[in-house]
Design a protein around this ligand. Structure first.
Ligand SMILES: NC(=O)C1=CN([C@@H]2O[C@H](COP(=O)(O)OP(=O)(O)OC[C@H]3O[C@@H](n4cnc5c(N)ncnc54)[C@H](OP(=O)(O)O)[C@@H]3O)[C@@H](O)[C@H]2O)C=CC1
Ligand SMILES: Nc1nc(=O)c2c([nH]1)NC[C@@H]1CN(c3ccc(C(=O)N[C@@H](CCC(=O)O)C(=O)O)cc3)C=[N+]21
Length: 278
C-alpha cells in the first residue's frame, strides 16, 4: 500500500498558481481576486472559508470576503452574487456550501457568471465537465483527478465506483471519470448491495459524509481508494486502516483530497484572472 499525498501535490499546485498570480499582477497592475460569500455562521464553514482565504494570501491572490446574515433571502443572495459577477475587480466567486435551509442554493449558484465559476458549481461548468470540454472543474473532483494523474493511476477502461451523487462532489467526479473513459457506477442511499458493487471496483471514490462508512472488506485487493470524506474530527468516509491493507494506493484524511480542493480553487481563480487579459 502507498499513500497519495494531497498535501504534497497541493504545494506544487499552489506554488504554480502563485507564480502565475505574480505574473498576472505584473501585467495587470492588480492581484487576482476571489470573492468568498458565506451565508450565516456555521462554524465548520467559517473555518473552511478562513482556510481558503489564508491560502489565497499565501499565493498572492486577493480575497474579498462577503459575509451575509443567516436571514438572507434567495433574492438577496442572488442580487449580491449578481453584483460580484458584474464587478470587473472580481475574478472568481466562491459561495460556501451549504447555505442555510430556506435559501435556494441552486438559484444562488446559477447567479455566478460562468467565467467566474472557479468553484465549478454552475450547470455551465457541470456540462463542460460532462462533455470533457475546457471549463472550470468542481474543486474537489478536480483535485481528485489531479491526484490520480500525479500518481499515474490508469483511468481508461477501469471500473470506477463513486459512492455519493451530490452536485459538488459525487456527480461531477463521476462525469470527469467518465470523460476519461472509466466505466463509472454511481451509488447512493438507495443503492442495493453496495458492498458487492464496491468489491468490483478498480477505483473507489467515497463521497458519502459518513465516518468510516466504507469497510476494508469491500475493497478489491489492489484497488485504488480515494476518500473525499471530511467528517468532524478529521475522519474520512473510509475505514482507513482496514482499507489500507488491501488498497494499492489510498488517500489519507487529513492530507489527502482536502488540500487539493483548495489548491484547485486557487489555480482556477488565477486562470479566471488571466482570461480577463485576453
Ligand atoms: N475535501 C473536500 O474538499 C470536501 C469534502 N467533502 C466531504 O465529502 C463528503 C460528502 O460530501 P457531499 O457530497 O457534500 O455530501 P452530501 O450529503 O451532499 O451527499 C452525500 C451522498 O452520499 C449518499 N449516501 C448517504 N448515505 C448513504 C448510504 N448509506 N449508502 C450510500 N450512499 C449514501 C447520498 O445519497 P442520496 O443522494 O441518495 O441522498 C448522497 O448522494 C462529506 O464527508 C464532506 O464533508 C465535501 C465537499 C468538499
Ligand atoms: N462551495 C463549496 N466548495 C467547496 O469546496 C466546499 C464547500 N463549498 N463546502 C465545504 C467543503 C469542505 N471543503 C474542504 C476543503 C479543504 C479541506 C482541507 O484542506 N482539509 C485538510 C485539513 C485542514 C485542517 O483541518 O487543518 C486536510 O484534509 O488535510 C477540507 C474540506 C471544501 N468544501
Amino acid at each position: 500500500m502507498a499513500l497519495m499525498s494531497g498535501t504534497e501535490l497541493a504545494k506544487e499546485i499552489v506554488a504554480d498558481a502563485g507564480r502565475r498570480a505574480a505574473a498576472f499582477e505584473a501585467a495587470a497592475g492588480r492581484k487576482p481576486c476571489l470573492a468568498t460569500v458565506l451565508v450565516g455562521e456555521d462554524p465548520a464553514s467559517v473555518t473552511y472559508v478562513r482556510m481558503k482565504r489564508n491560502r489565497c494570501r499565501q499565493a498572492g491572490i486577493e480575497s474579498r470576503h462577503v459575509p451575509l446574515p443567516a436571514t438572507t433571502t434567495t433574492a438577496g443572495l442572488v442580487r449580491v452574487i449578481g453584483e460580484l459577477s458584474a464587478d470587473p475587480g472580481v475574478d472568481g466567486i466562491l459561495l460556501q456550501h451549504p447555505v442555510p435551509a430556506g435559501i435556494d442554493e441552486r438559484a444562488a449558484f446559477e447567479a455566478i457568471a460562468p467565467g467566474k465559476d472557479v468553484d465549478g458549481v454552475t450547470m455551465h461548468s457541470f456540462a463542460a465537465m460532462s462533455f470533457g470540454l475546457p471549463g472550470f472543474e468542481s474543486c474537489t473532483p478536480g483535485g481528485i483527478m489531479r491526484l490520480l494523474d500525479a500518481y499515474e493511476v490508469g483511468i481508461e477502461g477501469r471500473h470506477a465506483v463513486v459512492i455519493g451523487r451530490s452536485p459538488i462532489l459525487g456527480k461531477p467526479v463521476a462525469m470527469l471519470l467518465l470523460a476519461r473513459h472509466a466505466t463509472v457506477t454511481v451509488c447512493h442511499s438507495r443503492t442495493a448491495d453496495l458492498p458487492s458493487i464496491v468489491r468490483s471496483a478498480d477505483l473507489v471514490v467515497a463521497a458519502v459524509g459518513r465516518p468510516e462508512f466504507v469497510r476494508g472488506s469491500w475493497i478489491k485487493p489492489g484497488a485504488v481508494v480515494v476518500d473525499a470524506g471530511y467528517n468532524p474530527g478529521n475522519v474520512g468516509d473510509v475505514a482507513f486502516a482496514e482499507a489500507a491493507e488491501r488498497a494499492s494506493l489510498i488517500t489519507p484524511v487529513p492530507g489527502g483530497v482536502g488540500p487539493t480542493t483548495i489548491a484547485v480553487l486557487l489555480a482556477q481563480t488565477v486562470t479566471a484572472a488571466e482570461s480577463t487579459m485576453d
